[in-house]
Structures are given as structure tokens and as C-alpha cells.
Design a protein around this ligand. Structure first.
Ligand code: TC6
Length: 674
């Protein structure tokens, strides 16, 4: 961010209109230098008798994208954002915010303090602070409801999703949508139109009626999404305050709530993840300006759930896909599911009505592997079998054009061994998507021993294009995410034998903030996955369940019993199976505390994460956090397993592990995890 003392804000006169321009790359965050510059610009406009109105705009890719998050928690430098905003609000001459790119957080609050707002059609406006565990602390919670009403304000503030310029105009958040390429000229013309209007409209002078029904409806609709988070409830409280308190008292209330959140652990965790996600995109040892390979057509082998989902990511981003199956029936089924998914999204209004046809129009289904010859990237998504994968890569080696990237979607297998079945291991890597692949944000990109730098960088850049959060992993069984899942699963199963129930273990995980516990996850994924399929060979509780056909939700029976709506209830039969196993293994039953479950199923994951880092299979601890947040639904307000371990205290985690006899990773013991 801008740390230089140079003024990133300049002014230009256009007759009687003063244009104040911020130029602070990359995103015009409202750091100290910008705030100081804004103060000076407004003073200039107010103090100059020849100026009748001001326009505030930004150079570069966006209007102010918010407060400078890197300044949070540090002593305040220069003039405060509140002061700048108060000054704009009180200006004796109207100020027009001219918005392009993303006016977010403090940027949106600056715009709300202006007397008028215009935006280009592609602009987005929002208050995403809630996603950082915060609330709009510079008057946003008090001004926005006064402009758009309680219902729309709740959605923008407490969910944090930005609105388009069109929507902003509909709800009164912007006064006019102007030409995409004529923002400044149109804003100046608009400023001239309104320059003499009196009284000058100020948001603070407006009233907003209480709307308890909208508040209740919002809570009802979003209660699940907001579970465990502190910030959304505080956002709602502030919006309600805007309807009940005079403006200045509302501001005071907002500030108190903001400070509470700002000094809490949740916001620290969520800000950590904001930067972790961006850091994950950086590959150690590879220059950020390395030349990338062009990717115009992607080939996907396998039209099952995974292959179909993977293909949809590219199609949605406008990239052509050739999808290959072995049988016409499977191909038709796969492409049919893709079309249905698109149509369901269109019916829900998530994508434009013509988007399904557009996306599917980019898809070329085929039964012929040779049709992959013109693909720039080929992703193999067939079932987990090394021999099958090696055979496919051997064939691809002969079919793919020179320089094509060859990727496997394997969740566990050795990418180096797969690469060795080709004559071009430098072009091979892993692209491990998470199911459902068109929904889950995480993509583990597995760097083989011989993967070329530009191949890796191209895959990372492509991930961003298809809106995934990509993390580089090394070759190790299960890569980052699934490898860490293994000790959790082992311990969860042992705990069952020792006296815990699936319900207790799952409850501890859900209370921790996970979307589901280990056994709920097994039931969802399928208890039979990876099962040896010999009903007479019963070596574990899971084998016993699978042998009885308790394959999970799909059979309405797994670790739980399910009704037709897939609501789970504890299963007496499972309790019997567990009991039977326990007595046959002469295992005494004992009381298991919730804390022991935390120590054995969550601390062990942290330990595995530390080992992965020690082995260099992940680049940095924050990457491990990103994997768990975006791939497995680890609660973002706990910042990922490695951040959580640090906030719990490494000593506590080490003691918890040692108590149960685990061998603790050296870096965890030494507290030097990086
Ligand atoms: C707030 O406003 C509170 C106000 C109350 C005050 C009392 N600060 O995402 P990108 C960096 S809270 C500092 O890759 P894009 C980012 O780390 C804030 N740095 O770009 C990255 O740095 P790197 C509310 C920031 O085009 C670089 O800029 N606002 C900030 O994909 C490029 O970012 C938000 O929450 C910031 N505010 O997306 C908005 N923003 O290159 C947060 C970005 O060194 N920002 N950086 O890695 C975003 O959502 C996106 O950055 C974007 C641009 C949509 C603006």
C-alpha cells in the first residue's frame, strides 16, 4: 500500500468544477497519504470562490476499494477517515462521487458522504467489511439504510455482497449510471446540473423508518449462514440503531460495535485469511511476470460428477472444453447433468437466462481421445487407479500437441509416477478440484518434481480466471487437505471404539464451526467409497456398516439413520455394531470428553499440517489455512488450522497432543511454524 509521503491525490479544474483524483495503486485503498490528500483537495474546493461543485474520482482500476487493511491494528497516521468523511458530509459545495471498478467498504462510505453518486455500468458498490469480521465503521451502517431502506441495507451490510451499478441505481444508491468510457466528463456535466440546487442533500438529514419485519425476515433467511460469526449480528444491530437513534448517536453506537469487532479474534482470523488467499497465489521462486502458456481450449477426460463439474468451471469462464468419455451413454448422461445444473442456476436467477446455452455451446463432447489433440490443457478426471492413469497419460503423450499441459485430478496419487509415464514430465502437474467441482473454491495445484515453472504459473493464473482459490502443494499422499484429513479420520474411528458416539464427535466439530463432522461427512460422501467390497471381511466399524448396505445418505442409512428428507437421527443399529466391535476387541468403554475429541481430531490435523510444512509440501502455513477454509469449510472466523493453533497457543496444542502420546512435529514444539 501507499506508504510514500508523496501526495497520491491531485486536483484538476474544469471551469467551475474541481475534480479531485486519487491515484494510489493497486486499489486506491484509503491509507494515510490518500486521506491527507483528500482532505487537502476538499479544502481547496470549498475554499475557492470560483468552484461551485466537486467531482471525486480515482485513477487506475478502481474507485477506493476500502480502508487500507494493512493499517489495521497499527497507530493511526495522518487525518482519520471519519474526519475526512465528516468534512465531505459538511461541505458547503456538493461533491459528486464518480465510481468505476469497486467502491467497497470505506470507499462506499466515502461515496455515501458525498452529496451525489454516479457510476459506470460495470461498477460494483458494497460494504464487504463483514467478511473481514468487521462492520462498516465510517458511517456506512447509519448512512446506507437512510438511502436504500432497512431491507436492502441489511443485505448489503450484513452479507457483504456488492451490488451492480444497475441495482444501485434501482435502490437509490447511485443517482445516475453514466457512460462506461465517459465517467469524468459525465460526472462533471452532472455536477454542473446540480451545483446550484439548495438545500444541498445530505444523507445524514434523511430519516429511515424502522422495519422490524424486514429485520426478522433477514434473520430467518440467513441465520444458518451467520452461525458462529460475531460480525453479522453487530451489523444488524447497527442498521436497527439507524432507525431508532439520531444520526450522531447512531454513529457513536457504530463506532463502539466496530471497535469491539476490530479487537476480537474473529476479525484477526478473517483478515489473516484475506491476505492468506492472496499470498497463496504467489509461487516461491517463480517471478510473477513469467511468460504463461496460452490456454484457449481445455480437454477433460471423464464426464462423471468430477469431470462435468471441472468442465463447467472453464465453460462458465468462456473457455472451450472438449470432454471425452468411453461410452455414448455416459457422455450423454454427463453432459445432460451439466446442462441441468446450468439451467437450475438460471432458474434461480444466479446466471443470465442465455448463459446455459452460451456455456454448453462451448462444449465439444466426444468418444475419441484423439480429439484432444488441439487442447492446450488436458485434465484427466477418471477414477483413482494408478495403472489406469498411467495408461491414459501414456496415450496423451502421443496425442497432445507439444507444449500442452497435462494434468491429473487425482486426490492422492503420486504425480511424479504419473508424469513418468510420459516423455514430457515437465508439462505434467496435478489439478485437484474439490467436489462439487463447479462450486468448491479450492484448487490444489500439485507441483511435480519436474513440473516446469511456466506450467505451474499458467495453472495458477488459470485458476484465478475460473475463480478458484489455488494453493501449490507438493507430491505427498493426499497432498495438503486429504493428508490432514487422515489422522482426523483415524482418531475419530478410534474414539468410537473407546466410547464416543458418532453424534458426540460430529457435534464437537459442528460446535467448533465445521459444516459437518467426520461421520456426517462419511455419510454424505458414501461409506462405501474405497471399501474393499468383501462383505465377509470385516475389520473395522466402517466395514461392518458397508457390509450391511449402510452406505450413507444415499441409502438412508450410514453412521446415522435418515428419513426421506435426509434428516439424520442417531442409529440404534450403529450403536450395536460399535458395541459389538468394542467387546470383541476387549476394549473398555470410557467417558470421552469433548476436549479429548478436540485434541485427538483437531490438534492432530495441526500436527500433520506442521509436518507437511517441514517436508516442504506446502509453501507456507497460511496456504494450509486456505486449503481448509476453501476446501473443507473450516470456520473462517478461526482462520484455518495453523492460525487457530497459534491463537490457541502452541504450548497448549503440544501438551494436548503429548497427553495422548502423539509424536509432535519439531516446528510445532518449537513454535516456529511458518
Ligand atoms: C474497510 O473499508 C473498513 C472501513 C472502516 C474504517 C473505520 N487494503 O484482491 P487483489 C491489496 S475494510 C489493503 O489481488 P483484484 C491486496 O492485498 C476494507 N490492501 O485484486 C493485493 O495486494 P498484493 C473493505 C488491499 O483486482 C492487491 O491489493 N474493503 C486492500 O482481484 C490487489 O488485490 C474490502 O474488503 C485493502 N482494502 O480485486 C475490499 N484491497 O498484490 C478488499 C486489496 O500485494 N479488496 N488490497 O497481494 C478486494 O475485495 C479486492 O482487492 C478488489 C480487487 C475487489 C478491490
Amino acid at each position: 500500500m501507499t506508504t510514500s509521503t508523496q501526495n497520491p491525490v491531485r486536483t484538476e479544474r474544469h471551469g467551475d468544477v474541481l475534480v479531485i483524483i486519487s491515484d494510489s495503486p493497486p486499489v486506491n485503498a484509503l491509507g494515510a497519504a490518500v486521506r491527507n490528500g483528500l482532505e487537502a483537495g476538499i479544502k481547496e474546493g470549498v475554499g475557492d470562490g470560483s468552484i461551485t461543485a466537486m467531482v471525486l474520482r480515482c485513477d487506475g482500476r478502481t474507485f477506493f476499494a476500502g480502508a487500507d487493511i494493512t493499517e489495521f491494528g497499527k497507530p493511526m497516521q495522518g487525518v482519520g477517515l471519519h474526519e475526512v468523511i465528516a468534512m465531505m458530509d459538511a461541505s458547503s459545495k456538493p461533491i459528486v462521487a464518480a465510481i468505476h471498478g469497486t467502491a467497497l467498504g470505506g470507499g462506499c462510505e466515502v461515496a455515501l458522504a458525498c452529496q451525489y453518486r454516479v457510476a459506470v455500468p460495470s461498477a460494483k458498490i458494497g460494504l464487504p467489511e463483514v467478511k473481514l469480521g468487521l462492520l462498516p465503521g465510517a458511517g456506512g451502517t447509519q448512512r446506507l439504510p437512510r438511502v436504500v431502506g432497512v431491507k436492502a441495507a441489511l443485505e448489503i451490510i450484513a452479507l457483504g455482497d456488492p451490488v451492480s451499478a444497475k441495482k444501485a441505481a434501482e435502490i437509490g444508491l447511485v443517482d445516475k449510471v453514466v457512460g462506461e468510457d465517459s465517467l469524468e466528463a459525465d460526472a462533471i456535466a452532472f455536477a454542473r446540473e446540480i451545483a446550484d440546487k439548495r438545500p444541498i442533500p445530505r444523507v445524514r438529514d434523511r430519516d429511515v423508518a424502522p422495519d422490524p419485519e424486514a429485520v426478522e425476515a433477514f434473520r430467518q433467511a440467513n441465520g444458518r449462514k451467520m452461525r458462529g460469526f460475531d460480525a453479522p449480528a453487530a451489523c444488524v444491530a447497527c442498521v436497527v440503531a439507524a432507525t431508532e437513534k439520531p444520526f450522531d448517536e447512531g454513529l457513536q453506537f457504530e463506532r463502539e460495535q466496530f471497535m469491539k469487532l476490530m479487537t476480537g479474534t474473529q476479525s484477526a482470523a478473517q483478515r489473516h485469511i484475506f491476505f492468506a488467499e492472496r499470498q497463496a497465489a504467489k509461487i516461491d521462486g517463480i517471478a510473477s511476470d513469467i511468460a504463461l502458456r496460452p490456454i484457449n481450449r481445455v480437454g477433460v477426460i471423464g464426464a462423471g460428477t468430477m469431470g462435468g463439474g471441472i468442465s463447467m468451471n472453464f465453460l462458465s469462464a468462456g473457455i472451450a472444453v472438449t470432454i471425452v468419455e468411453m461410452q455414448q451413454e455416459a457422455l450423454d448422461r454427463g453432459t445432460g447433468v451439466m446442462r441441468k445444473n446450468y439451467e437450475a442456476s438460471a432458474a434461480k436467477g444466479r446466471i443470465k437466462p442465455d448463459a446455459p446455452d452460451q456455456a454448453m455451446g462451448l462444449l465439444k463432447p466426444t468418444l475419441n481421445l484423439e480429439d484432444l489433440a488441439d487442447c492446450d490443457l488436458i485434465i484427466e478426471a477418471v477414477y483413482e487407479n494408478m495403472e489406469v492413469k498411467k495408461e491414459i497419460f501414456g496415450k496423451l503423450d502421443k496425442i497432445a500437441k507439444p507444449g500442452a499441459i497435462l494434468a491429473s485430478n487425482t486426490s492422492y496419487l503420486d504425480i511424479d509416477e504419473i508424469a513418468a509415464s510420459t516423455s514430457r514430465p515437465q508439462d505434467v502437474l496435478g489439478m485437484h478440484f474439490f467436489s462439487p467441482a463447479n462450486v468448491m473454491k479450492l484448487l490444489e495445484i500439485v507441483r511435480g518434481e519436474k513440473t516446469a515453472d511456466d506450467v505451474l504459473a499458467t495453472a495458477m493464473a488459470l485458476a484465478k480466471k475460473i475463480r478458484k482459490v489455488a494453493v501449490v502443494a507438493g507430491v505427498t499422499y493426499g497432498f495438503i487437505g486429504n493428508r490432514m484429513l487422515m489422522p482426523r479420520q483415524v482418531e475419530a474411528n478410534k474414539l468410537l471404539m473407546e466410547g464416543a458416539t458418532p453424534e458426540q464427535i460430529d457435534r464437537v466439530h459442528v460446535e467448533f464451526g465445521m459444516p459437518m463432522g467426520p461421520f456426517q461427512m462419511s455419510d454424505l460422501a458414501g461409506v462405501d467409497i474405497g471399501w474393499h467390497r468383501d462383505p465377509n471381511r470385516i475389520e473395522s466399524i466402517r466395514d461392518a456398516l458397508a457390509a450391511e448396505g449402510r452406505w450413507g445418505q444415499k441409502k438412508q442409512a450410514g453412521y446415522y439413520d435418515y428419513d426421506e428428507k435426509r434428516n439424520p437421527t442417531p442409529s440404534p443399529r450403529v450403536a450395536e455394531i460399535i458395541e459389538d466391535f468394542r467387546s470383541r476387541s476387549n476394549m473398555p468403554k470410557r467417558e470421552i470428553t469433548d476436549q479429548e475429541i478436540v485434541e485427538r481430531t483437531l490438534y492432530t490435523m495441526v500436527n500433520e499440517g506442521a509436518l507437511i510444512l517441514e517436508e516442504g509440501k506446502a509453501q507456507r502455513a497460511s496456504d494450509v489455512d486456505v486449503v481448509w477454509i476453501y476446501g473443507y469449510g473450516w470456520p473462517v472466523y478461526r482462520g484455518g488450522p495453523m492460525f487457530w493453533a497459534q491463537s490457541e497457543g502452541y504450548d497448549k496444542v503440544v501438551a494436548g497432543l503429548e497427553k495422548h502420546g502423539f509424536k509432535v512435529a519439531d516446528t510445532l514444539k518449537a513454535g516456529t511454524i511458518k
